[in-house]
Design a protein around this ligand. Structure first.
Ligand SMILES: [Zn+2]
Length: 275
């Protein structure tokens, strides 16, 4: 599933192509992807709106549009937002939404599993409805301090992995980057969050920032589906230490990587390096 580095990479690849461009047409081929408003309204509201900026909050991509509107995308498990410079020939299977711009280019939303979705509305309203306003701190922003992370861990009975995955605590961390951050910090995914020492919290803070920045610098992690706005795969899968590596040797100590379930998700970790 795309996490912060993947969505940020999509944002960075699409923004220069869309910024300042006017939308001329919005075609919805699969209505369930458009969560609001009704499809006919969605298709009639978008034409003539201009893209002012592309922003990101957590795993959400926000297209800030003229007239005070915002179009919000969530890529779900397998969603792709693809720029098509010269639309011709047959559509790729699983194309659900096509947005055409004044220069003839298109952004196509393609999603095999169809957990991806979009929402359009007046900015304030749609951000509230979708829950973007309730998201936790952006981990690469100055607001994400060691003290802020310490506050999240202090007053909870949850395991550290669960805290990291909670979008209301830290926005944008998912299974891949939380496993990688816990490995880099030497922390076991089942550690009660409240048991972390000051030094461990500092280590974890540094590790979260580090793995996300590395993920962005490698253009995201592409196991299967993820590609950026130009259809290119990321490279960060070549740099992962533990995620997806059950049975392979730990890059630090050589012991086989193990898995366990936390909150229904598989966690990858080294039982010798992470305590
Ligand atoms: Zn190890």
């Amino acid at each position: 599933m795309p996490e912060l580095p993947e969505v940020e990479t999509v944002r960075r690849t699409l923004e220069p192509l869309l910024k300042g461009r006017a939308i001329t047409e919005a075609r919805v081929l699969h209505p369930s992807v458009v969560r609001g408003p009704e499809v006919h309204e969605f298709s009639s509201l978008l034409p003539e709106k201009k893209v002012i900026a592309l922003e990101r909050r957590g795993k959400y991509l926000l297209w800030s549009l003229s007239e005070g509107y915002t179009l919000i995308w969530h890529l779900g498990m397998t969603g792709r937002l693809l720029w098509v410079e010269r639309p011709e020939g047959a559509l790729e299977p699983h194309t659900h939404v096509i947005i055409t711009f004044s220069n003839g280019g298109q952004v196509r939303f393609v999603d095999v599993r169809r957990f991806g979705r979009c929402y359009l509305g007046h900015t304030e309203e749609v951000l509230r409805e979708v829950g973007v306003k309730d998201l936790g701190v952006e981990p690469l922003s100055p607001e994400f301090t060691v003290e802020r992370l310490a506050q999240m861990t202090r007053s909870t009975k949850r395991r550290i992995k669960e805290v990291l995955m909670d979008q209301h605590c830290i926005a944008g961390l998912g299974n891949i980057y939380s496993d990688e951050a816990l490995f880099q910090a030497g922390l076991h995914p089942l550690r009660p969050a409240s048991s972390l020492s000051e030094e461990e919290i500092e280590r974890l803070h540094r590790a979260i920032r580090g793995v996300l920045e590395a993920g962005i610098s490698h253009g995201g992690t592409s196991f299967r589906d993820y590609v950026n706005g130009l259809g290119q795969r990321g490279n960060h899968q070549d740099y992962l230490a533990v995620y997806g590596k059950k049975g392979e040797p730990c890059p630090r100590c050589g012991k086989a990587i193990e898995t366990l379930k936390v909150g229904g998700r598989t966690s990858y970790f080294c039982s010798r390096c992470q305590v």
